[in-house]
Design a protein around this ligand. Structure first.
Ligand SMILES: [Zn+2]
Length: 427
């Protein structure tokens, strides 16, 4: 009985609970890093692959010796090691975009995981509920939606906007029957965030920060830089309380920005999946698209700054995340997702099929076919072409052809492991 849905709620720990959870959050982060280091070391020294079942024994021994590990609930520690297993599995899986598991940095989101057996949830009233965590007791959270299933795991986390508790839930929901809605092609662009072939205007993501918020963010970044310089010069690098406040204020803004992007992406993908029977998208590799243009010291890249700006906007529009959401939402709402080869979609005439870069004179927003007089918005033209390609495949569903198997591919050595052989389509 695996978790098939996620639920996230805002949590309100008491002062004492907040202190304990913050401490655990840092211990959890450190434990992840130490466990990762142990696995890398064993592989480098003895070509030995350590998995959580065995690593849990080391954890038990360490709990007796080290106070900070002993302080963290045992079940959380074991859950972290299982998550590390998953991180490795994803990295080894050629169908999965994950890289080698990375170390968790101080100052990033703090989180403490618990297995489902370790927690218990009770409703307080219509709007509030509580979850009982080992050693901390009942933690209140705002019941903004029903949990609607069996809790398989729980995570308490803290980001720039405060504390949250999230649950992996088994709902047992069956996917809908094919919804019989019309087909469409979607061109995820940089300028227009999505152009749907059946629509006349692009769907634009509203700016994720207002002009004032952007200004404030910039000012805060400058203040942070100034305060760090001061700390290095006069305090031996020790962070002042004011500097910490600045950092928290920056985090609040960047979390807000991330939440707004996420909100837009969710609404877009839900709408697409609910209202279309077949959705064609380009089979893009985000990591290649947003690869840095920096190059090496011997052969410095061109247009580094321009590419960096483009990268920011690509990641702003997060096509990889949209695709991931479309994959599970199409499955849920009786739709079919097809990823088509992306070659020359922007240079192909949707009316007559001619491929000619000349049709995109000066790379403007207009497409004008050099053979058949077909004129259209370039992104709309591309979306129609994507839809046509998706129809041609006969609607072979991405969820059946590209399901993510949990395979393990043996890797050789740490360096090789880091730059593991990607499947041919990734290069
Ligand atoms: Zn044409």
């Amino acid at each position: 009985m695996r978790a098939d849905a996620g639920r996230k709620y805002r949590a309100y720990p008491t002062g004492g609970q907040g202190e304990v959870l913050t401490r655990w959050g840092h211990s959890a982060r450190a434990l992840w890093n130490v466990a990762l280091e142990q696995r890398v070391y064993l592989w480098e020294q003895r070509r030995y692959t350590l998995r959580s079942v065995e690593q849990c024994k080391y954890l038990t021994a360490a709990r007796a010796d080290l106070d900070w590990i002993g302080d963290l609930p045992a079940q959380s520690g074991q859950q972290i090691l299982r998550q590390l297993d998953r991180a490795y599995d994803n990295f080894w899986n050629p169908e999965h975009p994950a890289r080698f598991p990375s170390r968790k940095k101080r100052g990033h989101r703090l989180s403490v995981p618990f297995p489902g057996q370790a927690v218990e949830v009770r409703k307080v009233n219509r709007k509030w509920a509580e979850v009982r965590l080992p050693k901390v007791g009942w933690l209140r959270f705002r019941l903004s939606r029903a949990i609607g299933g069996t809790i398989r795991n729980a995570t308490v986390s803290r980001d720039g906007s405060g504390w949250h508790v999230s649950f992996g839930v088994h709902t047992g929901r069956k996917p809908d029957a094919p919804n019989g809605k019309p087909a469409c092609g979607v061109d995820f662009g940089v300028a227009a965030s999505a152009f749907v072939s059946t629509e006349a205007t692009p769907r634009l993501m509203p700016p994720s920060l207002t002009a004032n918020e952007k200004k404030r963010l910039k000012a805060l970044e400058q203040r942070k830089a100034r305060q760090i310089t001061y700390a290095k010069k006069h305090q031996g690098g020790k962070y002042s309380r004011r500097l910490r406040t600045t950092i928290a204020q920056i985090a609040r803004l960047t979390t807000l920005r991330a939440n707004r992007r996420r909100d837009f992406t969710h609404k877009l993908t839900t709408d697409l999946a609910k209202n279309h029977g077949l959705i064609g998208i380009e089979d893009l590799r985000v990591r290649n698209m947003s690869k840095s243009a920096k190059g090496t010291a011997e052969s410095p890249g061109k247009n580094v700054r321009a590419k960096a700006a483009l990268n920011r906007s690509i990641l702003d529009n997060t096509p990889g995340e949209r695709r991931r959401r479309l994959e599970y939402k199409t499955r849920m709402y009786g739709s079919v997702l097809v990823a088509v080869p992306p070659f020359h979609t922007s240079q192909t005439c949707a009316a007559c099929g001619l491929v000619d870069p000349e049709s995109r004179k000066g790379c403007g927003r207009l497409f004008a076919c050099t053979r058949c007089e077909h004129v259209d918005d370039a992104d709309h033209n591309a979306s129609v072409e994507i839809e046509a390609r998706a129809r041609r495949t006969g609607g072979s569903d991405i969820n059946s052809t590209r399901s993510i198997p949990r395979v393990r591919v043996p890797a050789v050595g740490r360096r090789r492991m880091r730059e593991a052989p990607r499947p041919a389509h990734a290069s």
